[in-house]
Design a protein around this ligand. Sequence first.
Ligand SMILES: [Zn+2]
Length: 178
Amino acid sequence: MMSRTMAEAQLPKRVDAGKLVDSNQQFTAYIDSANLERLNDAVVRCDEPIHCQMVFERGTDRKRVLTGSFHTNVVMCCQRCLGDVTIPLQGEYKLGFVLNDEQAKALPRQLEPVELDEDGKLDLWSTIEDEVLLSLPNFPMHPESECQIMQPEPEPDYTDSDVNRVNPFDVLAKLKQK
Ligand SMILES: [Zn+2]
């Protein structure tokens, strides 16, 4: 079996999906995230490339299939403290190539349909970008211990007179600690 592996190379944007399936092509490559406009609009920053692994092959019933995974890190806005939070993203996908809606409906359920253009070409960047967008959390947040708004206040130094005047906020704070 001839299969070249392109290590540390940028993933090509448009590929001939049928050809890659016929040669059982496998890629380990990245996409420069600066090229992914929709992703950049959805996050605060994406400084890292999207690292991708993918295999083009014939699946069951000789369906043309792309199986793969990706991982990267993006910076999003923490929904608790509104600070920047780095979110690791990763995902796996199994796509079936189709030319129209009819074929999409006929695909087995475990395959996600992806439509090729009239030349049989696949836009790999936008396909992967879709997968990355789907993996974004709806409510990105720091772990509680790292979230700025949850940092515990330093213990105040009580004097006798302070102790006698009960501050309702202190009572609340103590309740929360339980
Ligand atoms: Zn936070």
